[in-house]
Design a protein around this ligand. Structure first.
Ligand SMILES: [Zn+2]
Length: 289
């Protein structure tokens, strides 16, 4: 990933494959068309970022990849199912609206440019609705599954769908495409997609681990951390407890029973582990089991 800008706390990075493609297409005399595609990609990505902002989700980084990019969330706020759903839908819906715009509204652009812009946006919108990670549809699928089976399993399932889809593209390239150029393109696209799906299946667990490791290293460095103590009942959902986690404070949740006796104490690490395993709607009671 190559960093290009940092705006309002969000860093923007571009995948080297995108730059390689720009180089290749410019060499082939198709640079202008690719630039239009990049503009469509950027529009798509900004729809995610603006929706995230509106929902109060902190986006730490936006990465532009050949498959439409990825807005990375900074903390647990973006993992609430309904927020993830809206944030994921925003990209494909904006691309499809833009495709309709270029199809129906006379823009004064020449016919070829209008047609290309319509096609790019239509492709971006439809492709990203596929229910497989790393596409937005994969996130939509996860937001639907995570309350049922937890983040870890639903992420793995959505990423597995992505890998299966990528494998299908590779097989199609090998067996059903006769022209060498298209065959190579399809196989390469399938391989890159496969790699992104694998990366996606690890990313979430990895970002939680990184968060916890960072906190542990802060604890080692300073020797102590201030705690933020919360008193809670058994039926409080984890997402409300984890909503305000901060890097410099350690969260301790004291669970009180009906008689206001201390029933249990949970550390932040234990809560995150339970959150990953059961899902965002999990209550403290479910973590006990
Ligand atoms: Zn998207």
């Amino acid at each position: 990933m190559i960093p290009i800008a940092k705006l309002a706390g969000t860093s923007y990075r571009i995948h080297w494959l995108v730059l390689a493609l720009v180089g290749l297409y410019t060499y082939l005399g198709q640079g202008r068309l690719l630039l239009l595609l990049m503009a469509a990609l950027f529009f798509h990505e900004m729809a995610h970022v603006i929706t995230a902002r509106a929902l109060g989700i902190k986006v730490s980084a936006v990465e532009l990849t050949p498959f439409g990019g990825q807005a990375q969330i900074a903390d647990f706020t973006g993992l609430e199912p309904e927020k993830e759903l809206f944030m994921s839908l925003a990209g494909p819906l904006s691309s499809l609206s833009l495709a309709a715009f270029f199809y129906f509204v006379p823009t004064g652009l020449d016919a070829d440019t209008s047609l290309w812009l319509m096609r790019c946006n239509l492709f971006l919108g439809l492709f990203n609705l596929l229910p497989a990670l790393p596409m937005d549809g994969g996130r939509i699928l996860r937001s639907w599954l995570s309350p049922l089976m937890g983040f870890r399993k639903s992420t793995r399932l959505a990423a597995f769908t992505g890998m299966a889809f990528a494998a299908a593209i590779i097989c199609h390239g090998f067996y059903y495409t006769s022209e060498a150029v298209y065959m190579a393109q399809e196989i390469l696209a399938g391989m890159v997609l496969f790699w992104f799906a694998v990366r996606e299946s690890r990313f979430l667990a990895y970002s939680f681990m990184r968060y916890l490791i960072h906190k542990k290293s802060e604890l080692n460095r300073l020797g102590f951390l201030e705690t933020r103590q919360v008193v809670s009942s058994w039926d409080t959902p984890l997402r409300s407890l984890l909503k305000d986690t901060r890097p410099k404070h350690y969260l301790i949740v004291v669970v009180l029973d009906d008689y206001h006796h201390v029933a249990n104490v949970y550390t932040e690490a234990e809560l995150i582990e339970c959150f990953m395993e059961i899902g965002p709607l999990a209550t403290l009671r479910q973590c006990r089991q």
